[in-house]
Design a binder for this molecule. Structure first.
Ligand SMILES: NC(=O)c1ccc[n+]([C@@H]2O[C@H](COP(=O)([O-])OP(=O)(O)OC[C@H]3O[C@@H](n4cnc5c(N)ncnc54)[C@H](O)[C@@H]3O)[C@@H](O)[C@H]2O)c1
Length: 428
């Protein structure tokens, strides 16, 4: 990346802000033109500890000033902890399962949804209705109806001029952006196949504490429950699947695969998955993910084409092609995505990543169903075929149940067994 060029873009963007282009004039923020960017966060956990400082930095780089009008969480301790950490008054904390509704009624212009994935479709729907620009962290659903609900909300956002960002930071990281452009312009020819992987460890487990309700336990330990997270195939590996869809310019048609559980002692996720994603025209991508400590930790993407090959956002061997220069202000995609989101909203050319992340999430869900049952599962059965059993299939816990107080905790340490009688579940 040419530093001089980046520096220039940064200076130019800052002077745009200074000239008033990025100042608030429309949308949920009314009143005098202001450098203030009113923002709310729903979900005060690990990722918001990155998105909050990154949002502040993104605003500063644009010559703007972030003002947190609400920090919302299901639990008071989580909201207060982040309010204290980032110097936000505790009066601005909103607590409870319905906190997203109160954020929708607030004067926030931008809202960051950083809760467990099960809540994403419901929360996005409500916030788009309320006219907010939304960052919805990936993945964005845990079942096919959820994915389609996100796509529908994304289409409504387009009509309303709202900017929707997905938290897939690779799409805003310069190495990936340049490789995607080179591939589009023929640098590696037609992609013939590849592999995408996330092999790591279990990020964390929250053991159940005395006094917690089933809802509390599910929401605090959500990462380890397939109903809440979509399993780690969706929760984590969706990043790599999203790169495959992006570079290939399409979603896979079907999946077969397998997975299993050997070590984990919490929730009901598998430990590992291995899938064949069939993209049609003889193109297959191996999708592989594992969360087990002490195992080989490969995370990344590799694609072979008729004229070359590429490693994710890294080395590309192929033919020379020209690509456009990108308007990048920060080489960290986690910051750059927020810059792009805010800027696109303020200049009235809103980014909208709802469909692409809903589709990548749906690919992960297709893979999960294929591995859990041992069956051949088609993408269109989740997204376009109401006759299919997968089209309306919903996980047993739904976002609405938390507000209704009607949570039924799935059986813990019981996982699906594929093959004949796939409904049989095994205690691990
Ligand atoms: N883009 C990335 O690289 C990246 C990295 C980490 C996490 N994430 C995503 O961010 C999201 C959150 O992950 P995390 O690691 O911050 O989890 P976390 O558990 O640390 O934080 C989630 C917070 O949401 C709160 N919460 C749960 N249900 C809620 C509800 N209904 N309403 C309001 N608050 C609720 C929890 O109390 C918790 O404080 C996930 O979708 C995850 O996949 C993305």
């Amino acid at each position: 990346m040419d530093f001089t060029r980046r520096k220039f873009v940064q200076t130019a963007a800052t002077s745009i802000a200074a000239a008033g282009t990025l100042l608030s004039t429309t949308g949920a923020t009314t009143g005098p033109k202001s450098k203030k960017v009113k923002v709310a966060t729903i979900g005060c956990g690990g990722r918001s500890n990155r998105d909050i400082p990154n949002f502040i930095k993104a605003c500063e780089m644009l010559g703007l000033e972030a003002e947190f009008v609400a920090l919302a969480d299901a639990f008071e301790d989580k909201a207060f902890e982040q309010a204290d950490k980032y110097g936000v008054s505790r009066d601005r904390c909103i607590v409870g399962w319905d906190s997203y509704q109160k954020v929708a009624e607030s004067d926030a212009e931008f809202v960051m949804l950083i809760t467990p994935p099960i809540f994403r479709p419901q929360h996005l729907d409500t916030l788009v209705e309320a006219g907010k620009h939304v960052l919805m962290q990936k993945p964005v659903a845990v079942d096919a109806p959820g994915c389609r609900r996100v796509i529908a909300a994304g289409e409504r956002a387009k009509k309303k001029g709202l900017a929707i960002l997905a938290g897939t930071q690779r799409r805003h990281t310069i190495g990936y952006m340049e490789n995607a452009a080179k591939i589009e312009n023929g640098a590696i020819g037609e992609i013939l196949g590849g592999t995408v992987s996330w092999n790591g460890t279990v990020p964390w487990i929250w053991e159940r504490q005395k006094g917690w309700s089933d809802a509390d336990y599910l929401a605090r330990n959500w990462l380890n429950w397939a109903e809440m997270s979509g399993d780690h195939l969706g929760e984590q590996h969706v990043h790599n699947i999203d790169v495959a869809n992006w570079y290939l310019g399409r979603t896979p048609q079907s999946a077969i695969g397998f997975g299993g559980r050997a070590r984990r002692e919490s929730g009901n996720n598998y430990d590992f998955f291995s899938l064949d994603l069939d993209y049609g025209d003889g193109v297959h991508i191996h999708s592989q993910c594992r969360q087990m400590s002490g195992t080989y930790p490969r995370v990344g993407e590799f694609f072979r084409g008729t004229k070359g090959e590429v490693q994710g956002g890294g080395k590309l061997k192929g033919v020379d092609v020209s690509i456009p220069e990108f308007d990048i202000m920060d080489k960290d995609g986690n910051v750059q995505e927020l810059i792009t989101w805010i800027k696109s909203a303020r200049i009235g050319n809103p980014i909208n990543e709802a469909r692409q992340i809903a589709e990548s999430t749906a690919v992960a869900i297709m893979g999960r169903y294929a591995a859990y049952t041992g069956r051949f599962v088609r993408f269109r059965d989740l997204m376009d075929n109401p006759e299919s059993e997968w089209y309306d299939f919903k996980v047993s816990v739904q976002a609405e149940d938390f507000e209704k107080g009607s949570i039924v905790l799935p059986e813990e340490n019981i996982v699906p067994v594929p093959g004949d009688g796939a409904e049989i579940r095994r205690r691990t």
